[in-house]
Design a protein around this ligand. Structure first.
Ligand code: ZN
Length: 353
């Protein structure tokens, strides 16, 4: 299977090179290698072909029961882990890479989209024409920015931007926020590429019958969002139970915030409208908000990268387990292979595990 998936990555990279200098498929496949738990890899453009051949197309890693769509078969419960919405929030991206490389899903089904806004990973605040690279032992990853790359958009930024399903009195945002994927849900078929990516992801969540979805983020150390989970009121019970589990395992106390209609366009609000138990998780990134390249990530004293990745993984494990328990009609969903300590994640990041 590993060899087949490596061949798939080669094929999508090769074919994408024919169409475009670089698609998100090539970008992601250069950073992560699918492990034994991955049963299929699909481009997001399978769900909305308008993204095909563009830097916004990105891989969806399917883990567990690959039989989705078989006629007459009961659908296994499915969860989704989405990261890279903001391409400078690297702990979530790396947590999803851990899952793709090292986890298995013996019961149920999991889809992982590690860089949902691949375009954001193609440029940086320091270099508008290219990404920054972060060396982590044997691994090199891109440190991008919060917004899609304007050079890769199909439409110029509007003068101001209002999320697609915002209410009439919603205050307009700056025009560049049209390139913030986490303001564009549920997306628009005829919008800019960022809106089309949101649209494709929404179609993917529906096609995969996702019941639980996580969106992994980071915030600056002084932000009130640090160590927080945001979800609609009806899912706060699951978040509260998960917060207890996370504190037991990591010593970190998460605070909870309820999603509401002022969060129009955000994942936790709009995915929730689809009946999905949706959670946004925030860890601190000491380099934000300026993405200061002189800030050490791996061994940062205040917020070492391994701890942030570990906490994201513990949050994913706890949120999925507690949300699945609270879903009345859900079958079993079991994910194995989460790390048992920060040190284990540190060795993985440095390539010595
Ligand atoms: Zn974010």
């Amino acid at each position: 299977m590993k060899r087949l998936l490596a061949a798939w990555c080669f094929l999508v990279v090769f074919s994408s090179v024919q169409v475009h200098a670089q698609t998100g498929l090539e970008l992601v496949c250069s950073e992560v290698v699918a492990g034994e738990g991955v049963t299929a890899v699909r481009p997001l453009s399978d769900f909305f072909p308008g993204l095909r051949g563009t830097p916004f197309d990105t891989p969806v890693f399917v883990m567990g029961d690959g039989a989705r769509g078989t006629e007459g078969a009961e659908a296994p419960p499915c969860a989704a882990i989405v990261a890279g919405t903001h391409a400078n929030e690297i702990a979530g991206v790396l947590a999803s890479y851990w899952i793709i490389e090292r986890c298995r899903v013996p019961e149920g089904r999991l889809v992982v989209v590690p860089r949902v806004n691949a375009s954001g990973a193609t440029w940086s605040l320091q270099d508008a024409s290219g990404p920054r690279f972060l060396e982590l032992g044997s691994r090199t990853i891109r440190y991008g920015t919060r917004l899609s790359n304007p050079a890769q958009e199909r439409l110029a930024d509007p003068g101001s931007f209002v999320p697609p399903q915002a209410s009439g009195n919603f205050p307009a945002l700056a025009g560049q926020e049209a390139r913030n994927l986490n303001r564009q849900y549920p997306g628009r078929q005829d919008g800019n590429r960022t809106a089309q990516t949101a649209y494709a992801l929404t179609l993917m969540l529906q096609a995969e019958e996702v019941r639980i979805a996580l969106d992994l983020h980071e915030a600056s150390m002084t932000s009130s969002l640090v160590w927080s989970m945001i979800t609609r009121p009806e899912h706060l019970d699951a978040a509260a139970l998960a917060a207890l589990d996370i504190e037991d395992e990591t010593g970190v106390s998460f605070h909870l915030e309820d999603s509401r209609d002022e969060f129009a366009g955000y994942s936790h609000w709009e995915w929730g409208k689809l009946g999905i138990s949706a959670f946004l998780v925030e860890t601190p990134n000491p380099a934000q908000p300026t993405d200061d390249p002189t800030i050490e990530q791996l061994h940062n004293a205040a917020a070492p990268l391994a701890k942030r990745v570990y906490v994201h993984l513990c949050a994913a494990k706890a949120l999925i387990a507690n949300a699945a328990d609270l879903l009345q009609d859900a079958g079993a969903l079991r994910i194995e292979g989460f790390p048992s300590s920060v040190e284990e994640v540190g060795r993985w990041l440095e390539g010595t595990l």
